[in-house]
Design a protein around this ligand. Sequence first.
Ligand code: NDP
Length: 245
Amino acid sequence: MLEYQARKDLLKNKTILVTGAGDGIGRVAALTFAQHGATVILLGKTVKKLESVYDEIVAQNGPTPAIVPLDLKGATEQNYIDMAETIAEQFGALDGLLHNASLLGALGPFEHIDVKSLEDILKINVTAQAVMTKALLPIMRKADNASIIFTSSGVGRKGRAYWGPYAFSKFATEGMMQVLADECDQTSVRVNSINPGATRTEMRAKAYPAEDPTTLKTPEQIMASYLYLMGEDSLEVNGQALNAQ
Ligand code: NDP
Protein backbone atom coordinates (compact mmCIF):
# COMPACT_ATOMS: atom_id res chain seq x y z
CA MET A 1 0.00 0.00 0.00
CA LEU A 2 2.98 2.28 0.62
CA GLU A 3 3.54 2.69 -3.10
CA TYR A 4 -0.14 2.71 -4.02
CA GLN A 5 -0.96 4.92 -6.99
CA ALA A 6 -4.65 5.22 -7.77
CA ARG A 7 -5.83 5.34 -11.36
CA LYS A 8 -7.44 8.64 -12.31
CA ASP A 9 -10.79 6.92 -12.96
CA LEU A 10 -10.58 4.52 -9.98
CA LEU A 11 -13.93 5.65 -8.56
CA LYS A 12 -15.78 6.41 -11.79
CA ASN A 13 -19.54 5.73 -11.57
CA LYS A 14 -19.31 5.20 -7.81
CA THR A 15 -21.42 7.02 -5.26
CA ILE A 16 -19.62 7.59 -1.97
CA LEU A 17 -20.89 9.14 1.24
CA VAL A 18 -18.34 10.97 3.42
CA THR A 19 -19.27 12.11 6.94
CA GLY A 20 -17.60 15.23 8.26
CA ALA A 21 -16.96 16.24 4.65
CA GLY A 22 -16.75 19.96 5.40
CA ASP A 23 -13.36 20.12 7.06
CA GLY A 24 -10.06 18.37 7.76
CA ILE A 25 -9.48 14.86 6.43
CA GLY A 26 -13.13 14.42 5.37
CA ARG A 27 -13.01 17.51 3.16
CA VAL A 28 -9.87 16.35 1.40
CA ALA A 29 -11.21 12.79 1.08
CA ALA A 30 -14.39 14.12 -0.58
CA LEU A 31 -12.35 16.26 -3.01
CA THR A 32 -9.99 13.36 -3.73
CA PHE A 33 -12.79 10.85 -4.35
CA ALA A 34 -14.44 13.34 -6.74
CA GLN A 35 -11.11 13.87 -8.53
CA HIS A 36 -11.07 10.11 -9.11
CA GLY A 37 -14.54 10.11 -10.62
CA ALA A 38 -16.89 9.53 -7.68
CA THR A 39 -20.17 11.28 -7.06
CA VAL A 40 -19.72 12.32 -3.46
CA ILE A 41 -22.46 12.77 -0.88
CA LEU A 42 -21.20 15.40 1.53
CA LEU A 43 -22.58 14.89 5.03
CA GLY A 44 -21.75 17.28 7.84
CA LYS A 45 -22.86 19.71 10.46
CA THR A 46 -21.91 23.14 9.08
CA VAL A 47 -23.73 23.76 5.80
CA LYS A 48 -21.43 26.61 4.74
CA LYS A 49 -18.41 24.31 4.83
CA LEU A 50 -20.25 21.63 2.82
CA GLU A 51 -21.26 24.23 0.23
CA SER A 52 -17.69 25.35 -0.11
CA VAL A 53 -16.54 21.74 -0.78
CA TYR A 54 -19.43 21.36 -3.24
CA ASP A 55 -18.29 24.50 -5.09
CA GLU A 56 -14.68 23.26 -5.17
CA ILE A 57 -15.74 19.95 -6.72
CA VAL A 58 -17.90 21.68 -9.33
CA ALA A 59 -15.08 24.14 -10.11
CA GLN A 60 -12.78 21.15 -10.74
CA ASN A 61 -15.39 19.69 -13.14
CA GLY A 62 -16.02 16.75 -10.82
CA PRO A 63 -19.32 14.85 -10.83
CA THR A 64 -22.03 17.01 -9.22
CA PRO A 65 -22.03 16.16 -5.51
CA ALA A 66 -24.95 16.09 -3.07
CA ILE A 67 -25.16 17.76 0.32
CA VAL A 68 -26.70 16.20 3.44
CA PRO A 69 -26.72 18.66 6.33
CA LEU A 70 -26.97 16.53 9.47
CA ASP A 71 -25.74 16.94 13.03
CA LEU A 72 -24.87 13.42 14.15
CA LYS A 73 -25.49 14.47 17.75
CA GLY A 74 -29.22 14.91 17.26
CA ALA A 75 -29.82 12.57 14.33
CA THR A 76 -32.46 9.86 14.75
CA GLU A 77 -32.78 6.45 13.12
CA GLN A 78 -35.58 7.91 10.95
CA ASN A 79 -33.14 10.56 9.61
CA TYR A 80 -30.85 7.78 8.39
CA ILE A 81 -33.72 5.74 6.94
CA ASP A 82 -34.94 8.82 5.04
CA MET A 83 -31.40 9.52 3.84
CA ALA A 84 -31.02 5.91 2.59
CA GLU A 85 -34.32 6.22 0.68
CA THR A 86 -33.24 9.49 -0.94
CA ILE A 87 -29.88 7.98 -1.96
CA ALA A 88 -31.66 4.92 -3.39
CA GLU A 89 -34.02 7.15 -5.41
CA GLN A 90 -31.24 9.39 -6.72
CA PHE A 91 -28.40 6.95 -7.24
CA GLY A 92 -29.86 3.43 -7.00
CA ALA A 93 -27.13 2.12 -4.72
CA LEU A 94 -24.28 3.27 -2.49
CA ASP A 95 -20.74 2.07 -3.31
CA GLY A 96 -18.77 3.66 -0.50
CA LEU A 97 -19.16 4.98 3.03
CA LEU A 98 -16.39 6.82 4.85
CA HIS A 99 -17.19 7.27 8.52
CA ASN A 100 -14.89 10.19 9.21
CA ALA A 101 -16.74 12.70 11.43
CA SER A 102 -15.86 12.56 15.10
CA LEU A 103 -15.80 14.63 18.24
CA LEU A 104 -12.58 14.84 20.27
CA GLY A 105 -14.05 16.34 23.45
CA ALA A 106 -11.92 17.46 26.37
CA LEU A 107 -8.77 15.54 27.26
CA GLY A 108 -7.97 15.07 30.95
CA PRO A 109 -7.93 12.72 33.92
CA PHE A 110 -10.61 10.05 34.21
CA GLU A 111 -12.07 11.64 37.35
CA HIS A 112 -12.79 14.78 35.34
CA ILE A 113 -14.88 13.10 32.67
CA ASP A 114 -18.01 15.16 32.09
CA VAL A 115 -20.99 12.82 31.72
CA LYS A 116 -22.81 14.96 29.14
CA SER A 117 -19.66 15.22 27.03
CA LEU A 118 -19.09 11.45 27.38
CA GLU A 119 -22.62 10.81 26.07
CA ASP A 120 -22.18 13.23 23.16
CA ILE A 121 -18.89 11.63 22.12
CA LEU A 122 -20.36 8.13 22.21
CA LYS A 123 -23.43 9.32 20.28
CA ILE A 124 -21.43 11.01 17.51
CA ASN A 125 -18.47 8.63 17.32
CA VAL A 126 -20.23 5.30 17.90
CA THR A 127 -24.04 5.24 17.95
CA ALA A 128 -24.49 7.50 14.91
CA GLN A 129 -22.09 5.34 12.87
CA ALA A 130 -23.87 2.13 13.86
CA VAL A 131 -27.36 3.43 13.13
CA MET A 132 -26.30 5.10 9.88
CA THR A 133 -24.56 1.89 8.73
CA LYS A 134 -27.64 -0.17 9.63
CA ALA A 135 -29.80 2.08 7.43
CA LEU A 136 -27.34 2.17 4.53
CA LEU A 137 -26.36 -1.53 4.37
CA PRO A 138 -29.33 -2.57 2.19
CA ILE A 139 -28.41 -0.02 -0.50
CA MET A 140 -24.71 -0.92 -0.20
CA ARG A 141 -25.60 -4.55 -0.88
CA LYS A 142 -27.20 -3.37 -4.13
CA ALA A 143 -23.82 -2.10 -5.41
CA ASP A 144 -21.59 -4.47 -7.42
CA ASN A 145 -19.18 -4.19 -4.51
CA ALA A 146 -19.08 -1.72 -1.65
CA SER A 147 -16.54 -0.44 0.84
CA ILE A 148 -17.15 0.82 4.36
CA ILE A 149 -14.25 2.61 6.04
CA PHE A 150 -14.31 3.45 9.74
CA THR A 151 -11.88 6.05 11.05
CA SER A 152 -9.90 4.95 14.07
CA SER A 153 -6.98 6.46 15.93
CA GLY A 154 -3.78 5.37 17.64
CA VAL A 155 -5.66 5.71 20.94
CA GLY A 156 -8.34 3.36 19.63
CA ARG A 157 -5.77 0.58 19.36
CA LYS A 158 -3.78 1.17 22.54
CA GLY A 159 -5.25 3.14 25.42
CA ARG A 160 -3.40 6.24 26.54
CA ALA A 161 -3.72 8.30 29.73
CA TYR A 162 -5.98 11.36 29.59
CA TRP A 163 -7.55 10.57 26.20
CA GLY A 164 -10.84 9.67 27.90
CA PRO A 165 -14.08 9.05 25.99
CA TYR A 166 -12.53 9.83 22.58
CA ALA A 167 -10.13 6.91 23.05
CA PHE A 168 -12.73 4.42 24.14
CA SER A 169 -15.09 5.57 21.39
CA LYS A 170 -12.36 4.63 18.91
CA PHE A 171 -11.98 1.18 20.51
CA ALA A 172 -15.74 0.80 19.96
CA THR A 173 -15.23 1.87 16.34
CA GLU A 174 -12.67 -0.91 15.86
CA GLY A 175 -15.06 -3.38 17.52
CA MET A 176 -17.91 -2.31 15.26
CA MET A 177 -15.67 -2.70 12.23
CA GLN A 178 -14.66 -6.24 13.28
CA VAL A 179 -18.21 -7.38 14.00
CA LEU A 180 -19.56 -6.00 10.73
CA ALA A 181 -16.59 -7.22 8.69
CA ASP A 182 -17.10 -10.74 10.03
CA GLU A 183 -20.79 -10.58 9.12
CA CYS A 184 -19.94 -9.30 5.64
CA ASP A 185 -17.19 -11.88 5.03
CA GLN A 186 -17.54 -13.45 1.56
CA THR A 187 -20.17 -10.87 0.56
CA SER A 188 -19.94 -7.89 -1.79
CA VAL A 189 -19.44 -5.49 1.12
CA ARG A 190 -16.01 -5.05 2.71
CA VAL A 191 -15.40 -3.25 5.99
CA ASN A 192 -12.09 -1.90 7.30
CA SER A 193 -10.71 0.79 9.57
CA ILE A 194 -8.01 3.33 9.02
CA ASN A 195 -5.90 5.24 11.50
CA PRO A 196 -4.88 8.48 9.77
CA GLY A 197 -2.01 9.12 12.22
CA ALA A 198 -0.98 12.66 13.18
CA THR A 199 -2.47 14.88 10.46
CA ARG A 200 -2.63 18.66 10.10
CA THR A 201 -6.27 19.51 10.99
CA GLU A 202 -8.29 21.50 13.53
CA MET A 203 -8.79 18.40 15.65
CA ARG A 204 -5.07 17.70 15.87
CA ALA A 205 -4.40 21.35 16.77
CA LYS A 206 -6.98 21.10 19.55
CA ALA A 207 -5.36 17.93 20.94
CA TYR A 208 -1.81 19.30 20.66
CA PRO A 209 -2.05 23.11 20.93
CA ALA A 210 1.69 23.60 21.39
CA GLU A 211 2.66 21.61 18.30
CA ASP A 212 3.91 23.27 15.12
CA PRO A 213 1.35 22.15 12.50
CA THR A 214 3.86 22.50 9.68
CA THR A 215 5.72 19.47 11.10
CA LEU A 216 2.68 17.26 10.39
CA LYS A 217 1.60 15.55 7.21
CA THR A 218 -1.40 17.12 5.46
CA PRO A 219 -4.65 15.26 4.71
CA GLU A 220 -3.61 15.26 1.02
CA GLN A 221 -0.53 13.21 1.93
CA ILE A 222 -2.56 10.29 3.34
CA MET A 223 -5.11 9.98 0.55
CA ALA A 224 -3.47 6.98 -1.17
CA SER A 225 -4.68 4.77 1.69
CA TYR A 226 -8.22 6.12 1.47
CA LEU A 227 -8.31 5.63 -2.31
CA TYR A 228 -6.94 2.11 -1.95
CA LEU A 229 -9.65 1.07 0.51
CA MET A 230 -12.43 2.80 -1.44
CA GLY A 231 -11.47 1.48 -4.88
CA GLU A 232 -11.57 -2.00 -6.33
CA ASP A 233 -7.88 -2.73 -5.74
CA SER A 234 -8.90 -3.63 -2.17
CA LEU A 235 -11.73 -6.02 -3.08
CA GLU A 236 -10.11 -8.83 -1.07
CA VAL A 237 -9.40 -6.69 1.99
CA ASN A 238 -11.91 -7.11 4.81
CA GLY A 239 -11.73 -6.72 8.58
CA GLN A 240 -8.33 -5.01 8.52
CA ALA A 241 -7.19 -2.21 10.84
CA LEU A 242 -4.84 -0.19 8.65
CA ASN A 243 -2.56 2.76 9.24
CA ALA A 244 -2.63 5.54 6.64
CA GLN A 245 0.57 5.71 4.64
P1 NDP B 1 -11.73 17.80 12.12
O1 NDP B 1 -12.18 18.19 13.49
O2 NDP B 1 -10.80 18.68 11.38
O3 NDP B 1 -13.00 17.52 11.21
C1 NDP B 1 -14.05 16.76 11.74
C2 NDP B 1 -15.24 16.82 10.81
O4 NDP B 1 -16.31 16.12 11.45
C3 NDP B 1 -15.72 18.24 10.57
O5 NDP B 1 -16.08 18.37 9.22
C4 NDP B 1 -16.94 18.35 11.48
O6 NDP B 1 -17.93 19.21 10.98
C5 NDP B 1 -17.45 16.93 11.46
N1 NDP B 1 -18.29 16.71 12.64
C6 NDP B 1 -17.93 16.83 13.93
N2 NDP B 1 -19.00 16.63 14.71
C7 NDP B 1 -20.06 16.40 13.90
C8 NDP B 1 -21.43 16.15 14.11
N3 NDP B 1 -21.97 16.15 15.34
N4 NDP B 1 -22.24 15.96 13.04
C9 NDP B 1 -21.74 16.00 11.79
N5 NDP B 1 -20.44 16.24 11.52
C10 NDP B 1 -19.61 16.44 12.58
O7 NDP B 1 -11.12 16.34 12.31
P2 NDP B 1 -10.01 15.54 11.46
O8 NDP B 1 -10.18 15.81 10.04
O9 NDP B 1 -8.72 15.72 12.14
O10 NDP B 1 -10.47 14.04 11.80
C11 NDP B 1 -11.14 13.19 10.90
C12 NDP B 1 -11.16 11.82 11.50
O11 NDP B 1 -9.83 11.34 11.68
C13 NDP B 1 -11.82 11.75 12.88
O12 NDP B 1 -12.54 10.56 12.99
C14 NDP B 1 -10.63 11.72 13.83
O13 NDP B 1 -10.94 11.10 15.05
C15 NDP B 1 -9.64 10.92 13.03
N6 NDP B 1 -8.24 11.12 13.40
C16 NDP B 1 -7.61 12.30 13.13
C17 NDP B 1 -6.27 12.47 13.45
C18 NDP B 1 -5.54 13.73 13.18
O14 NDP B 1 -4.35 13.84 13.52
N7 NDP B 1 -6.13 14.73 12.57
C19 NDP B 1 -5.49 11.37 14.07
C20 NDP B 1 -6.26 10.18 14.33
C21 NDP B 1 -7.58 10.07 13.99
P3 NDP B 1 -17.92 20.79 11.35
O15 NDP B 1 -16.65 21.32 10.81
O16 NDP B 1 -19.14 21.26 10.70
O17 NDP B 1 -17.99 20.83 12.86
